[in-house]
Design a protein around this ligand. Structure first.
Ligand code: NAI
Ligand code: MG
Length: 369
């Protein structure tokens, strides 16, 4: 049995509470002989600042580089409002993304049957929904130079952001999307604005070329990002994998997320380049939500986003897709039984704490395995 090295970075706020539920699951998988995880704990964000006055230490970064996957909780909170800019909790997250070269952000939007009525859309539109948005994370208009504000001296200012993409950046994200589609329903929708943007033209050209060269077996379609956004709320079940740039992906993934209910349910993955030695991608898995200082320490946090993020690690970094399927089934089963954390409660359901939810999901896993 292969040994998988995981770095667990709970962070602060509810990060530590939801990570405890992942640890509970890992401990059981190890003791039951189902998998072999070697885990190390590290500090990041406010927790790291309190201990070492930096958002993440070089030693922890070295462990991140050496691990098969980083499992990240959440960071931030008013307690660290006054700390130096480079040491603020979010800087730890940014350093991980940058140093690990995590250019592909995977945001699934899955609608659990038991929660179909919690969506902002009608049940029939979202029931059974399972889409994956692949957002380019390290390029585009958030990073392109020049990026300036100039005072024009006549009472006017000029602000410039630059949307910039090169072939290799589009090529590598397209490959991530096509690889994912092959493990799913074999369809990729690429979104850009080739009608008004040069980067859109290049995006379309490169995705098309990658498809033709290496992925002709996958169905590819192109949509303009604005009408793609309309289609997302009109008929989201037409999509399998959506691949798009940093800005459009930021917006479209948030829209898709809300089709499925609470922030406490949403996992994510960030993938980097393939490591020449291991043949695996650098990777980090984290819930979409933050540290939720308003509910931290009260046992109210929904651990599903964190557990589902661990599930994505099983699937995309650790070659344990079957186990990931079981975890998804266990989550669905617990929801179907009416167990809810406070963020997703509705009439006729039973409200449970973070650890009760984690225990219930583990129990379902044990029954399934
Ligand atoms: P947030 O995601 O922490 O919370 C937003 C709202 O959703 C809150 O009312 C919270 O109680 C609720 N919520 C979030 N996760 C939940 C869960 N698992 N279960 C139940 N309810 C949940 O975002 P907010 O309040 O804007 O930011 C709080 C702090 O987190 C800030 O310092 C922010 O910078 C940081 N943050 C960190 C992120 C990260 O670590 N990746 C991402 C987003 C925010
Ligand atoms: Mg966003």
């Amino acid at each position: 049995m292969a040994t998988h090295k995981l770095l667990l970075l709970p962070g602060d706020g509810i990060g530590t509470e939801v990570m405890a539920e992942v640890k509970r699951l890992i401990d059981w998988l190890n003791s039951a002989g189902i998998a072999k995880f070697e885990t190390e704990d590290g500090l990041v964000g406010g927790a790291s600042y309190d201990a070492d006055k930096v958002a993440i230490t070089d030693a922890t970064m070295a462990k991140a580089h050496a691990s098969d996957a980083v499992i990240f909780g959440a960071v931030g909170g008013p307690k660290w409002d006054g700390v130096p800019y480079d040491a603020r909790p979010e800087a730890g997250l940014l350093r991980l993304r940058k140093d690990l070269g995590l250019f592909a952000n995977l945001r699934p939007a899955v609608c659990y049957p038991a929660l179909a009525d919690a969506s902002s859309l009608k049940r029939e539109v979202v029931e059974g929904l399972d889409i994956m948005i692949v957002r380019e994370l390290t390029g585009g208009v958030y990073f392109g130079e020049p990026k300036t504000i100039t005072d024009l001296g006549n009472g006017q200012k000029r602000a410039v952001d630059t949307q910039l993409y090169e072939t290799y950046e589009i090529d590598r994200i397209a490959r991530v999307a096509f690889d994912l589609a092959r493990k799913r329903r074999n369809k990729v929708t690429s979104m850009e604005k080739r009608n008004v943007m040069k980067t859109g033209l290049l995006w379309n050209e490169v995705v098309t070329a990658v498809h033709k060269a290496d992925y002709a077996d996958v169905a590819l379609e192109h949509q303009l990002a604005d009408s793609g956004g309309m289609n997302l709320v009109k008929w989201p079940k037409q999509f399998d994998v959506i691949v798009t740039d940093n800005l459009f992906g930021d917006i479209l993934s948030d829209i898709a997320a809300m089709l499925t209910g609470s922030l406490g349910m949403l996992p994510s993955a960030s993938l980097g380049a393939v490591d020449a030695k291991t043949g695996k991608r650098k990777s980090m898995y984290e819930p979409v939500h933050g540290s939720a200082p308003d509910i931290a320490g009260k046992g109210l946090a929904n651990p599903v986003a964190m557990l589902a993020s661990f599930g994505m690690a099983l699937r995309y970094s650790l070659d344990m897709g079957d186990l990931a399927d079981k975890l998804d089934q266990a989550i669905a089963a617990v929801l179907a039984k009416g167990l809810r954390t406070a963020d997703i409660k509705s009439e006729g359901t039973t409200v449970v704490s973070t650890s009760q939810m984690g225990e219930a999901i583990l129990k379902e896993m044990q029954a399934l395995l």
